[in-house]
Design a protein around this ligand. Structure first.
Ligand code: MN
Length: 265
């Protein structure tokens, strides 16, 4: 299996070392990742700056390619320029910190996997729900076991999976749950501080509200209960249930064509 490994924490982040070694047993691995941390850039791409590909070595050892762009740039460049053939599997992570609930929309880790799915590559995002003292070696054991299960009968039919791992040793993880994205939101606020010149600056902060207690099958709840969470995702954001009603309502004012708005009169 040709495997592309990427992330949003940067090509030198410990999480990508762990993911690369976990993937190594399953095929031929190529690392293509951002030069610098890109957490929170979501699915952005670089349009107004030139992109450069840099070979990254650790000691004498070639490690992979670093790019001065976003995770989605890395996936595109890997598939279109770096790899002689498209990868058969894309793995993104292992992210420092979980990517659950609304964070999925901001995540560069998940965006890289979405980009892979857009390019027809089965793609999996991996995140570890720990930011203080992450044990990526233990997380890599989970990745390894999960890949083994998923690849057993060929690559998964669902092209986009979001995996979150609790901050527990492999032996203490209770199991795996197939989950949905929690609807929990943030108690969000900005911390205002003052720089040495008397000007204000801001840091976003806050914590997730606790209403995932009411969501037994959610990603957040699985983590809290000590399970690995795996959520199949889809990048089509259309709200299909809303389509018929909106068509009907617009048809009244906009005439025939079931509410399709014509470009000219
Ligand atoms: Mn990150």
């Amino acid at each position: 299996v040709r495997i592309l490994v990427t992330n949003d924490d940067g090509v030198n982040a410990p999480g990508i070392f762990a993911l690369r070694s976990a993937a190594a047993g399953f095929g031929e691995v190529t690392v293509v990742a951002p030069d610098t941390e890109q957490s929170g850039v979501a699915h952005s791409i670089t349009l107004v700056q030139p992109l450069r590909i840099r070979k990254v070595h650790h000691g004498e050892q070639f490690f992979g390619y670093g790019i001065n762009g976003a995770p989605a740039d890395c996936v595109k460049l890997a598939c279109r320029e770096i790899l002689p053939e498209p990868p058969e599997l894309l793995l993104s992570g292992i992210n420092l910190g979980s990517n659950v609930a609304i964070d999925i929309l901001y995540s560069g880790t998940v965006a890289a996997a979405i980009e892979g799915a857009v390019l027809n590559i089965p793609s999996i995002a991996f995140s570890l729900a720990e930011t203080e003292e992450p044990d990526f070696e233990e997380a890599a054991l989970v990745v390894h076991d999960l890949l083994q299960s998923l690849l057993l009968d060929g690559l998964p039919a669902c092209r986009l999976l979001n995996v979150n791992m609790p901050a527990l040793p492999r032996s203490r993880i209770k199991g795996i749950r197939v989950t949905h994205q929690s609807r929990t939101s943030y108690n969000e606020r900005y911390e205002r501080r003052v720089d040495p010149w008397g000007r204000s600056y801001y840091w976003i902060t806050g914590e997730l509200t606790r209403d995932f207690e009411q969501e037994p099958d959610s990603d957040l709840r699985a983590l809290r209960d000590g399970y690995v969470s795996i959520t199949p995702l889809h990048h089509d954001l259309t709200h299909y249930q809303a389509v018929p009603e909106l068509r009907k309502r617009l048809a009244a004012d906009w005439g025939k064509g079931e509410g399709r708005v014509a470009r000219e009169g």
